[in-house]
Design a protein around this ligand. Structure first.
Ligand code: ZN
Length: 80
């Protein structure tokens, strides 16, 4: 899915992604996750579905990439 404000690609916890550095963006913790090989992004363990972006692609609306907003826009996109 993508942020509908800035177009940054967002990844859900559990989604299999290429090796690289990722930053959690849905809870403002900006937790850094480094994957040394292709694999799933780690779950949040706090009851939310964590959202990550590539650490190399910061964006202007950082901090508003909430799970709720992202899922709402993803649902809206699927309907259209
Ligand atoms: Zn954004």
């Amino acid at each position: 899915m993508h942020c509908d404000e800035c177009g940054t690609e967002l990844y859900e916890a559990g989604e299999v992604v290429p090796a690289g550095d990722y930053t959690r963006v849905d809870d403002r913790s900006f937790r850094h996750v480094a994957l040394i090989q292709r694999g799933p992004l780690p779950p949040s363990f706090d009851g939310h579905i964590a959202l990550y972006r590539s650490a190399a692609a910061p964006c202007a609306c950082e901090g508003r990439h909430t799970t709720t907003n992202a899922f709402a826009s993803a649902r809206a996109a699927r309907k259209s």
